[in-house]
Structure formats: C-alpha cells, structure tokens
Write a protein that binds this ligand. Sequence first.
Ligand code: SF4
Ligand code: SF4
Length: 221
Amino acid sequence: MPPKVSQEWGIKNKKESDLRADFLYQVANIPGGEKIKKCIQCGTCTGSCPVSYTMDIMPREIIALFRAGLIESILHSRTIWICASCYACTVRCPAGIKVTDILYALKRMAMEKGLFPKRFPIFILSKSFVYLINLFGRSYEPGLLILYYLRTNPLKLFSLMPLAFKLFRKGRLALLPKSIKKRKELSAILAEAEVMEMIVPERPYLQAIPKGPVPGFIRPS
Ligand code: SF4
Ligand code: SF4
C-alpha cells in the first residue's frame, strides 16, 4: 500500500508523522518558525555556514528533508550536533527562516527521543559540563576530562596523564575544584533556563525545579 501523501508537507509514514507533529509543535513555539514553509532552496544558509564542510547533511538539505517528511534522517544526522549556533544562516536567509533555532529544536528533539549514537561525544561533553556547573558553579577542567573520557574512551585517560602532569607543574591545571557561593541559586537558574530552552515545557523538568520564584525568570504554565 503506498504511503499516505500530505498535500502540505509531503510523504510520510506513521512514525515520521509522529515525529513531524512533535517537531511542528516545537517549531510553532519559535517566533517566526512557520516561515520554514517559505524556503526557496537558494542554499545561502549552506554557503554561509562556517562548519558546513564537516556536516553530513547541509543546512539547506535539512530544510528540504523536513519538507519531504524525513525527520528521522535529520535527527540521526551529525549536522544538528555540529552546528556552532553562529546564526550566519539565520541572518542571511532571504526568506527570514530561523535556521539556527530550527536546528536547535531538532537537537532538543533528538535528545528527548534518544536519537543519537551511544557515547556520542558532543552530547556527553555537554552533559558532563552541565553536571560540573551544577556541582561547583563553574567549570573544572580535570573533572570535565575525567567524566568525558570515562564515558567515551577510558583508556585515553592514561595517555593524557603526562600532559596533565606537565600542566599541573606549570600551574595551568587545578588539582581541586573551586566552588562559587550560592551554587543552589545558580542551579535553580539553570533548571529554569533548561525549561525555557525546551520550548515545549515538560512536566518532569518542571518538577525538578526547586519551588519558589527565581528573579528574572518566568515559569512556563
Ligand atoms: S537560506 Fe533560507 S531560503 Fe535559502 S535554502 Fe537556506 S533556509 Fe531556504
Ligand atoms: S548557525 Fe549553525 S547551521 Fe547556521 S551558519 Fe552557524 S554553524 Fe552553520
């Protein structure tokens, strides 16, 4: 039986249809997100992208794949993780499409659905960094390296020991982490920012936020 054809968005099967519905919901929450329909496939976004040479799917193709209904291909691509959020594509798009925000929404979606390779380095680095910021209120490089390599390639840690020792001797590497004051307040702000970045607020995240107002932040309803 041929796949169902959507007049507006192209061909899609049920799984793709679900993914697309989720994504459209997220895009609808990006101011101006509906302009994605107006892409003229000019390629300016790809031509403006400083890291397109490392991408497996170009920004222009991301929009085309979306319109063809192939959301899952996008979510499995490296592109959404490689995007450096420089906004060059967004600034130069003649159709006013917020390419960066759309890529970010796709990345969020891939994270929520676990659609990325296991031990994927960018995701693990990001998670480790956020974990340490919540713990100490600031970055702690030795801890970041240890967490990152333990989760990706533990053996690599041994080969880095001589370099770490040299850096330590020159005073370039702190042995122990230093915490900031009011770490809990910072964690509350980060948790609130996390909810805002989710675009579509999720209950488990909301429940994880400490009770009480955080100055300057509006809690999603
Ligand atoms: S620059 Fe804008 S209109 Fe051109 S291909 Fe990229 S998203 Fe589409
Ligand atoms: S925001 Fe991302 S996709 Fe757009 S130009 Fe910058 S790196 Fe490339």
